[in-house]
Design a protein around this ligand. Structure first.
Ligand SMILES: Nc1ncnc2c1ncn2[C@@H]1O[C@H](COP(=O)(O)OP(=O)(O)OP(=O)(O)O)[C@@H](O)[C@H]1O
Length: 440
């Protein structure tokens, strides 16, 4: 559980997301509140309902990004769903509990990766030994012969320095586990899980010999050893605990399942149905998953939508009550685009620079170049469809298409992107709405 203060959380979010101060404060407070609630003694604790959030704002202004970053900061399992996914014809009342199952799967994967990473160095040593056993089979006999030992040391050194990477060896690997999914009726997930476990164990006992390059063998064996070092049962427990105590569910397009005054009654039924289905999850229920029962009482829900056609008051009252924190996110201006391009640690500009650096090309942007990109992105948004900061992705991709294609010919060179370059590459497109719609 994250023990960061709200202010610390906002500071961290500031490193990745430009502006949207109100939304950052809201999520920071919500996260802290969950922690506070867990410090309160029962029975009062049970009386305090979680304060979930409703984010209101146009597309591409950072709603998902804030939630996702928050989850990463808190090391919390995260899932994003679209509320409209549950309204498809024939799927009315579709099992929304699957959201919690998917969230638990995400948690399991996250926790397993972390557990394996903690065992990384032990797993690497074990993998190295297994490769050396193949390269120098005589060492297996257990005789401690000093010449054998010194050969092994020399080999180990070569192996570590990557000198043997391309050599092929044959190794014994655990057989591929049968990728079976059991479809069971709701409520029977545990049975499915047991069946799956049985089949995996059967598969796990089989091993097969495979030829591969040492560099690859090293990775395969390292992962195999790491998997042996972690306890699956413990991981399941921890995953369930992580979901229950710190899980975050981001429900996008909630506005699209709100009732609209001007609409006929038809669609409203399924839309309201989705809200009714979501309600128990938000209010707190227990969901049966493959890994065990998961209680949703403390899961943080962040619902989000543009609310162009409907208003938050069009949601069913029970759901409104469960989303008491309302925050509005602002549409982004040209200055925001400039900051988004340059400020975040992993800004798009830095990403492209790093990618081209791998080809030995140094990419630089002048200040007026960045401003021109931001300005054009804003203009295209205005004239076609406003997709927020997502426009920067399409614009930059187009802008750098030629450079990207020819980069290998310019190794060692430097390329500067200034305003003139941006105009020369993009003005034909930005000035033609039809082209913009297809290409940018
Ligand atoms: N304020 C911002 N600061 C930095 N990056 C941003 C900001 N707003 C959007 N982005 C970038 O734009 C992209 C889309 O943003 P995001 O996924 O958060 O959109 P959204 O507001 O959730 O929209 P939607 O409701 O359509 O999903 C992401 O790559 C994100 O990094």
């Amino acid at each position: 559980m994250s023990e960061m203060t709200p202010r610390e959380i906002v500071q961290e979010l500031d490193k990745h997301i430009v502006g949207q101060a109100e939304a950052k404060r809201a999520v920071a407070n919500a996260l802290r509140n969950r922690w506070r609630r867990q410090q309160v003694e029962p029975p009062l604790r049970g009386e305090i309902t979680p304060k979930n959030i409703l984010m209101i704002g146009p597309t591409g202004v950072g709603k998902t990004e804030i939630a996702r970053r928050l989850a990463r900061l808190a090391n919390a399992p995260f899932i994003k769903i679209e509320a409209t996914k549950f309204t498809e014809v024939g799927y009315v009342g579709r099992d929304v509990e699957s959201v919690i199952r998917d969230l638990t799967d995400n948690a399991l994967k996250m926790i397993r990766e972390q557990a394996m990473a903690r065992q990384a160095s032990r797993a690497e040593d074990a993998a190295e030994d297994r490769i050396l056993d193949v390269l120098l089979p005589q060492a297996r006999d257990g005789e401690v012969d000093s010449s054998v030992e010194s050969t092994r040391q020399k080999m180990r050194k070569k192996l570590r320095e990557g000198e043997l990477d391309d050599k092929e060896i044959e190794i014994e690997v655990r057989g591929q586990q049968p990728g079976m999914e059991f479809m069971t009726p709701p409520g029977m997930e545990q049975l499915a899980s047991q069946l799956q476990g049985m089949f995996q164990n059967l598969g796990g006992q089989r091993s097969e010999r495979q030829r591969m390059r040492i560099s690859e063998a090293w990775r395969v064996l390292r992962d195999e050893e790491a998997a042996k070092l972690v306890n699956e049962e413990e991981i399941k427990q921890q995953a369930i605990e992580a979901v229950e105590q710190s899980g975050i569910v981001f429900v996008d397009e909630i506005d699209k399942v709100a009732k609209r005054a001007e609409q006929g009654s038809g669609g409203d039924i399924s839309r309201e149905g989705v809200q009714r289905d979501l309600l128990p999850l938000v209010e707190g229920t227990t969901v049966s998953t493959r890994h065990g029962m998961v209680n949703t009482d403390h899961i943080l829900f962040i619902a989000s939508g543009a609310f162009h056609l409907s208003k938050p008051s069009d949601l069913i009252p029970e759901l409104q009550g469960r989303l008491p924190i309302r925050v509005e996110l602002n549409a982004l201006a040209v200055e925001d685009f400039v900051r988004i391009l340059t400020e975040p640690d992993a800004s798009l500009v830095r990403q492209y620079q790093a990618l081209l650096q791998t080809e030995g090309v140094t990419l630089s942007f002048t200040a007026d170049g960045i401003e021109r990109i931001a300005g054009m992105a804003w203009e295209v948004n205005e004239r076609t469809e406003n997709i927020g900061a997502r426009r920067l992705h399409t614009i930059l991709e187009r802008l750098l298409e030629e450079i990207s294609h020819t980069a290998p010919d310019h190794a060692g060179g430097e390329i500067r992107i200034d305003a003139d370059y941006v105009t020369s590459r993009l003005s034909d497109l930005t000035e033609n709405d039809d082209l913009s719609r297809y290409i940018l």
